[in-house]
Design a protein around this ligand. Structure first.
Ligand code: PLP
Length: 431
């Protein structure tokens, strides 16, 4: 077991001034037992805690660190931007450059608005969809997370599942009534909702690959069937690509699966580690956003020059080095195949889902295709597995219901180390 006395001390201290000691609930180790580690620094594949322990990081800031921590291209861009002041609250050239790059990279986006988080992006996108259609209701999917906006905290995935508060206090009944939910991958349920609420549904929003109930892939044609339904019913189709954008392909899941939504929300990678989000889509829809149109949405620090510099460096690198995606997928496939061999060797039969550089192991023998099947996982077993991995220097997401993210800093050597540790941790978790 690694020494964690400084982290433990910091956690005690943090709880006195910060609710639960953390600034975002998924960082707490509530679902797996134990106290969160306090991180001091990170470089490449490794993260270092306050006690001086080193970990191979498979969270990568929940996605943004696709090139590993403190990637030179991003660090350099930030350093170059700093002397020119940290913020103006006035237009800059960089905002046009990143907007043009996003329009070029993401198939559905003709115009884009920068915001400061994924939550802001999804909240704004549904407001625009409502303004554009003149309708009130939205359809979301059980287990999909779209940030902590009121409308989305219904069957909300990840943090909410983990803590067992799927319907948060503070979300009014009125808001909840406008949010309809369907099981992921269940097109018949969506059609039934659309029929029962004909002419009232403004938007269908989903993660085109779900990463917030553990990793769940869309079944063949699910995205296309949603596209068709939205076209028939005049519903705005929103892909929440906060996690998958720039990760599964330069143009995200919509490029990978060849289905173009009307609107897209982005976050995580788009800021290169800085707090950035964006929403965009068809010109005729985005023209509804103020000051071009009547739907109000604003942000004092939106398009912040330092954040734009980091994001721009990241996106440019990914666009100019498409080989990154093959490399990431190969590394991840090697990890997943090795884990399958480990499971076989131990006579275990758990489900592993993977797409590109994202994967999840579910401690269930059922295929995981939606929230109900994800919930058949043995979360106590996951907790033991997580803590065993952590004690051996591998930092996983502290919940069964999260995806893991591979970075380009994971070398073949680190894959071997990961797989040896995985074998030991699986054994320990079962003993
Ligand atoms: C992380 C995430 C969000 C919320 O983004 P924040 O930057 O945490 O507000 C929204 N949607 C999806 C799919 C996410 O993974």
């Amino acid at each position: 077991m690694k020494e964690a006395s400084i982290s433990n001390e910091l956690f005690q201290r943090a709880q006195r001034s910060i609710p639960g000691g953390v600034n975002s609930p998924v960082r707490a180790f509530k679902a797996v037992g134990g106290n969160p580690l306090f991180i001091k620094s990170a470089k490449g594949a490794y993260m270092y805690d306050e006690d001086g322990n080193r970990y191979i990081d498979l969270i990568n800031s929940w996605g943004p660190m696709i090139l590993g921590h403190a990637a030179d291209v991003v660090q350099q861009a930030v350093q170059e931007a700093i002397p020119g002041s940290l913020s103006f609250g006035a237009p800059t050239r960089k905002e046009i450059e990143i907007a043009e790059l996003i329009v070029e990279m993401v198939p559905s986006i003709e115009k884009v608005r920068m915001v400061n988080s994924g939550t802001e992006a999804t909240m704004s996108a549904i407001r625009v969809a409502r303004g554009y259609t003149g309708r009130s209701k939205i359809i979301k999917f059980e287990g999909c997370y779209h940030g902590h906006g009121d409308s989305f905290l219904i069957a909300a995935g990840s943090g909410a599942i983990t803590l067992g508060v799927p319907d948060s206090p503070g979300v009014t009944k009125g808001v909840a009534l406008d949010t309809l939910t369907a099981p992921y991958n269940d097109i018949e349920a969506v059609k039934a909702l659309a029929a029962a609420n004909k002419g009232e549904v403004a938007a269908i929003i989903l993660e085109p690959v779900a990463g917030n109930m553990g990793l769940v892939l869309p079944q063949p044609d699910f995205l296309l069937q949603l596209r068709t339904l939205c076209d028939q019913e005049g519903i705005v189709l929103i892909f929440d690509e906060v996690m998958t954008g720039f990760r599964l392909a330069p143009g995200g899941a919509q490029e990978l699966f060849g289905v173009t939504p009307d609107m897209t929300t982005l976050g995580k990678i788009i800021g290169g580690g800085m707090p950035v989000g964006a929403y965009g889509g068809k010109k005729e829809i985005m023209e509804f956003v103020a000051p071009a149109g009547p739907v109000y949405q604003a942000g004092t620090l939106s398009g912040n020059p330092i954040a734009m510099s980091a994001g721009m460096a990241m996106l440019q690198f990914l666009k100019n080095n498409p080989g990154v995606y093959k490399q990431l997928e190969q590394t991840t496939t090697n990890m997943v195949n090795g884990m399958k061999q480990n499971l076989q060797q131990l006579g275990l039969n758990y489900t592993i889902n993977q797409v590109g550089s994202m994967f999840s192991i579910f401690f269930t023998q059922q295929p995981v295709v939606d929230f109900a099947s994800a919930k058949t996982s043995d979360t106590a077993l996951f907790g033991r597995y997580f803590n065993s991995m952590l004690s051996k220097g591998i930092y996983l997401a502290p919940s069964q219901y999260e995806a893991l993210f591979v970075s380009t800093a994971i070398t073949d050597e680190l894959v071997s180390e990961y797989l040896q540790t995985n074998l030991q941790a699986l054994k320990e978790a079962h003993s």
